[in-house]
Design a protein around this ligand. Structure first.
Ligand code: DSN
Length: 448
């Protein structure tokens, strides 16, 4: 279906005629992706859906501007307007997060983390972070990443039975390791994170604290999760996970102007972050993304955005309790945020995370396979799946729809026939029935 044939409510309405004229192949692929998004259930916890206004800013002329540096101190001419764009984005980011410093230039959340590491660490310094195989993130020091190559990474763990962070154990490890930096935040952790405890641990060993809140940033903005801003020395987040454009941001609270000597240079912490951003890690920032971040940060101040964050949690809790009632091993038996983690190994032995992801996708339900803490399966197979509710909630679904979605997930996972590690069979009538029900839900709750 061509984009202009969609209703006037269509998400992409009216922005693609130039592209279609000039490059029909890319236009066709974007159309297909639009149809995939519109016609399938998006339950990826690491995704969200930005507004049409954010999309418009992303596709705007400010993307053409080259200019390194920061507002008022650029290396190119003609910057007065992009300076205002960046100042606006910074002011709105500070307001949204209650921060004293915001840097809106990072191209991504991972990039934001790299900038902080580059700003305050020397090569070989020790970092203590949640292990990747425990629910951590590659940019927190995974093997093969920049952080993993240049710093000495030590991992802390979640408790083996409760799957919760054990702050006493983390403190003991910090005392043993004496890291220069402690990182908190996760890609697979469903309970609240105690940032105050993390700061106490960091202070007790003289370490900096970096809170990467990418997954929960929207919840933090709305007060649905406590804020790390004044506990962590640095808070980072990607801007797309809470519902904005691709990109990242670095925020600082009460420690933003702490005088600190790094690499022989004695400056406030925020200046170290500026210099590590440019020329340290990046060149010209993406001004279209910065404009889109400004639009998004304004959206986060609305009641609609704040109320939605609580609904995201309510929906995730409903999915978790339904699936738990159906007999699934829901990690920690519930959730406090937007994500639900399910250990498939205890449900049906042959059903791995990969196979669950694939057969659900075959029925138009899109989820992530994920390696859970203490997962016995290799990373390419995984024992778990991760569900997330930001997009279905954005499109207006509530707990009644979560009941329908849980029943559809259960119908597929319970009845699929697993042949081996790579093959499965789903009865044709079941596949069609689930796809029909998914289509009804997607038609009733279109992208918006
Ligand atoms: N944080 C990753 C995830 O949770 O999938 C994406 O960056």
């Amino acid at each position: 279906m061509l984009l202009e044939k969609l209703s006037s409510q269509a998400y992409h309405d009216g922005i693609f005629s130039a592209l279609k004229e000039q490059d029909s192949r890319v236009y066709e692929l974007i159309t297909k992706e639009y149809e995939r998004l519109q016609g399938t259930l998006q339950l990826i916890a690491a995704e969200n859906q930005c507004s049409r206004a954010v999309l418009a800013a992303l596709g705007s002329v400010v993307q053409n501007k080259t200019s390194e540096g920061f507002p008022g101190a650029r290396y190119h001419g003609g910057c007065e307007i992009v300076d205002d764009v960046e100042r606006l984005a910074v002011a709105r980011a500070k307001e949204a997060f209650g921060a004293r410093y915001a840097n809106v230039q990072p191209h991504s959340g991972s990039g934001a983390n790299q900038i902080v590491l580059a700003a305050i660490l020397d090569r070989g310094d020790k970092v203590l972070s949640l292990g990747l195989e425990q629910g951590g993130h590659p940019s927190h020091g995974g093997a093969g990443t920049l952080a993993g190559k240049f710093f000495k990474i030590e991992s802390y763990f979640v408790d083996k039975t409760s799957f919760l962070l054990d702050y006493d154990a983390i403190r003991e490890q910090a005392v043993k390791v004496r890291p220069r930096l402690i990182m908190c935040g996760a890609s697979a952790y469903v309970r609240k994170i105690d940032f105050k405890r993390f700061r106490e641990i960091a202070d007790s060993v003289g370490a900096y604290l970096l809170a990467d809140i990418s997954h929960i940033a929207g919840l933090v903005i709305s007060g649905a999760h406590s804020s790390p801003i004044d506990y962590a020395h640095f808070t980072t987040t990607s801007t797309y996970k809470p519902g904005g454009p691709r990109g990242g941001v670095i925020l600082m609270g009460k420690d933003y102007d702490l005088q600190t000597k790094v690499w022989g240079r004695d400056m406030p912490l925020w200046r170290h972050i500026q210099d590590a951003t440019f020329p340290g890690v990046q060149g010209t920032p993406y001004f279209n993304h910065i404009a889109a971040k400004a639009v998004f940060f304004k959206e986060t101040l609305s009641d609609e955005y704040k109320v939605r964050q609580f609904k995201i949690i309510e929906n995730a809790k409903r999915l978790a309790s339904n699936l738990s009632d159906f007999g699934y091993d829901v990690l920690t038996r519930g959730t406090d945020n937007h994500m639900v983690l399910i250990n498939m190994e205890d449900f049906r032995e042959a059903l791995t995370g990969t196979m669950a992801q694939r057969c659900l996708e075959d029925c138009n339900i899109v989820v992530d396979m994920i390696r859970l803490p203490y997962d016995k399966k290799p990373a390419s197979i995984t024992g778990g799946i991760r569900l997330g509710t930001p997009i279905v909630t954005k499109n207006g679904m509530g707990t009644a729809e979560m009941d329908s979605i849980s029943a559809l997930i259960d119908a597929v996972l319970r009845k699929v026939k697993i042949i081996n590690d790579r093959e499965y069979e789903i009865d044709e009538s079941l596949r069609n029935e689930v796809r029909d029900k998914v289509k009804q839900l997607c038609d009733k709750f279109p992208m918006r």
